[in-house]
Design a protein around this ligand. Structure first.
Ligand SMILES: Cc1ncc(COP(=O)(O)O)c(C=O)c1O
Length: 418
């Protein structure tokens, strides 16, 4: 994959690698997701080289963007995978991932999901409760195949993420196991012939820009790891989770180099393998959502730019109050700048891409690019209002690959019994 800058503007026009974004829309329609594989590779390599001093598995967090074309490209770079469902496992296997590079998190794994993951031989289940550990032991016994486990620690750390829904490490969240229960559960697991203790895990949240909460979480899990080992229970790895933040407003993302400078020597001392589960950092900046202006509507004191994409294509603004830069695909320098709401066509007041945003006033038919939409974009798209989910295109240098076609009207009826 060629390494490129994300979506450069040349002579006032937005490009995706070697393609004009406007040409891609002319070919594949609007709204459209466009991903630059070179940008994905650059982000992946940046983490890989920052953490080169550790024995590391980069387990890409599939939930961020699970398009097969992207999974295949990440696999080719050597990535493992962090999954949260049987569906994500299915995708990873289809994309050629080795099950032995897959870790499985989530508070509500079903026995069917456990069986499927055990049968293919994943690296480890990141277990989130005593009850899940017991269920996994039962499933493993039934299959006659010991289950590899790591316990996910809830370190009771509140990471400073932009929205409370992306914090997973505080004591009040549903994730992980409280620190004071961890040692007893390791002792119990170590006594079960159907369980094989492999590691220890933590994930404190998503869109974190400061290494500091990771430092605290790492200290806690390494202390716990030492206590577990002191009981004669072997551990192979420590999994620090993902959550590495990107710059949605043009600011710097998390300094992975700064984080690595803290993490690598501490983990190296323990001899443990290090697993990281970045999602957003790898694909976030590599994607845009392109949407067409349908109408510019003046209503009372407000101006609404109504686009053909909205919360069904990108729910982050509505669900997390997420900020995404919005730019014209072809700049109109002569256009006045105005404060507008960019809204979609969905029948919800909460359907917006931006509120009170200063924008070069677009005209009907203009294209807008919603930036940093590569993560938690298409994967959270829905068919609400019986809308067809958009196409996804991957560019790589001069190459253009339609990675998912736009849904058809018949796709909308698929699975329904008339
Ligand atoms: C367990 C786990 N690992 C990794 C991630 C990936 O987070 P991010 O995309 O912010 O790196 C998540 C996201 O919520 C997660 O729940």
């Amino acid at each position: 994959m060629a390494v490129t800058q994300p979506f450069p503007r040349i002579d006032g026009e937005l490009w995706a690698a070697e393609s004009r974004v406007a040409d891609l829309v002319a070919e594949f329609g609007s709204p459209l997701y466009v991903y630059d594989a070179g940008v994905i590779e650059a982000a992946y390599r940046r983490i890989e080289s920052a953490f080169a001093g550790a024995d590391i598995l980069l387990a890409y967090s599939v939930k961020a963007n699970s398009n097969l074309e992207i999974l295949k490209r990440l696999r080719a770079l050597g990535a493992g995978a962090d999954i949260v469902s049987q569906g994500e496992l299915h995708r990873c296997l289809a994309a050629g991932f080795s099950p032995s590079d897959v870790v499985f998190a989530g508070v509500g794994k079903t026995e069917v999901e456990m069986e499927a993951a055990l049968e293919v031989g994943i690296l480890a289940f990141n277990v989130e409760s005593a009850e899940e550990l017991q269920a996994l032991g039962r499933v493993a016994e039934r299959l006659g195949r010991p289950a590899p486990v790591a316990l996910r620690v809830n370190p009771d750390i509140v990471a400073d993420t932009p929205h409370e829904y992306t914090r997973t490490g505080d004591g009040a969240s549903k994730f992980g196991i409280p620190v004071d229960r961890i040692l007893d559960l390791y002792r119990w697991a170590a006594d079960q012939p159907s369980l094989e203790v492999r590691g220890i895990d933590v994930h404190i949240g998503s869109q974190i820009l400061d290494p500091e909460p990771y430092t605290r979480a790492l200290a806690q899990v390494l202390d716990l790891a030492a206590e577990v080992r002191a009981e004669g229970i072997d551990l192979d790895f420590v999994d620090l989770g993902g959550g590495f933040g990107v710059g949605y407003e043009g600011e710097d993302g998390l300094s992975v180099e700064g984080l690595a400078a803290i993490v690598v020597p501490r983990v190296a001392e323990t001899g443990l393998r290090l697993i990281l589960e970045p999602g957003r950092f790898i694909v976030g900046q590599a994607g845009i959502l392109v949407t067409k202006v349908l109408y510019v509507k003046h209503s009372g004191s407000k101006t609404f730019v109504v686009t053909d994409g909205g919360m069904t294509e990108l729910i982050r603004p509505s669900h997390y109050q997420g900020f995404h830069r919005i730019e014209p695909v072809i700049s109109r320098e002569e256009a006045v700048r105005e404060v507008v709401d960019v809204v979609g066509p969905i029948c919800e007041t909460g359907d917006f891409l931006a509120r009170d945003r200063v924008l070069q006033m677009p005209a009907q038919g203009d294209l807008l690019a919603v930036q940093t939409a590569g993560a938690y974009g298409f994967v959270m798209a829905s068919n609400y209002n019986s809308r067809r989910r958009p196409a996804e295109v991957v560019v790589n240098g001069t190459e253009v690959t339609l990675a998912r076609r736009r849904e058809t009207l018949d796709d909308l009826l698929r699975g329904e019994i008339p």
